[in-house]
Design a protein around this ligand. Sequence first.
Ligand code: 9MR
Length: 387
Amino acid sequence: MKPVRLITAALTAAALSVPLAAPASAAPDHDHDHPRYAKPGTLRWAAPEGLVIGTAVAGGGHHLEQDYPDPFTSDGRYRRILAREFSSVSPENQMKWEYLRPTRDEYDFGMADAIVDFAERHGQDVRGHTLLWHSQNPEWLEEGDFTAEELREILHDHITTVVGRYEGRIDQWDVANEIFTSSGELRTEDNIWIRELGPGIIADAFRWAHEADPSAELYFNDYGVEDVNAKSDAYHELVQELLADGVPVHGFSAQVHLSMQYPFPSSLEENLQRFDDLGLGTALTEVDVRMRLPEGGEPTGEQLRTQADYYERALNACVNVEGCDSFTIWGFTDRYSWVPVFFEGEGEATVMDEDFHRKPAYFALRSSLLEEKSDGHGRPPWAGHGR
Ligand code: 9MR
């Protein structure tokens, strides 16, 4: 195999005033609610012990086609709120294959390193997203003419290199993302790994990730699995098979991209609970609640109240399940949300408006968190960890 070149200087460290240091090997002690980080009045401050409140870190993907510069590196106000409000971050695009792998022989860790460094400086967890997916793969991979043996080696090298680089620094990895269709069939056509290497590659991906970082919690992550339904049933079955085979699977997460056109997924808690009952951690990883906007683009008061209610119910489902230890929203400001770019006529899906003003959904989350904290329903220290 050719030597692999690491590009870390691609992102100017000076511009970020972040040293591009080699990753530490020991797991940091995340002091999420240390007063130095968790200022009174913020979401992370309101959160009960054992539950992290996360957000996606805007950059890459749809942002590249917008008329603003990279939010994470260029928007000071955005960065301040990111640090202040949240105790966990998920790179929105910056750890996907198309970002990390410009060519077969190169890794570009510039942005991923910057996010992990940022998180450490602000006492935040990191959720790594994602290692095995059918989407946002580079062309050299999707269009390449590789043998099965070569593809296996490419995936092994990727997982070993990426997970190993952040050993002890990434708390949860979305190892396999969106591997089932809505009817609960494995994506044997559009997922290159499953198509070319067979379903057994899923177990291998978890094994390789575990070898590279035994302290990271390894997750299945998907959308449309909020309710008990055919798709979440498929995960429930697969996970039991893998656990019986001793495969290191530690968690199941629902993305929770909701639309107010549809009723709230009322069996969310029941669904998380049945994975919890298998001994898995659970998490909500990409929560947002979009709405159809009236003429003029401004949501009505009633729409904002309904949205707040959806957010609150999603949070409560997680809070009520003991091992659900991470509640992450997919961006915190409408300024940078993926929603209007992907759904014509819909938007306003996040908890802050375009000018970072907090919406009813923000306050609903905060008061629910506070209530939970003051009720003394602090979550046991083992919640979601190494059970
Ligand atoms: O928010 C991401 C956006 O910037 C990208 O353009 C898009 C491309 O697929 O991916 C978005 O994030 C997705 C996430 O990685 C997986 N779950 C669905 C998310 C929304 O599409």
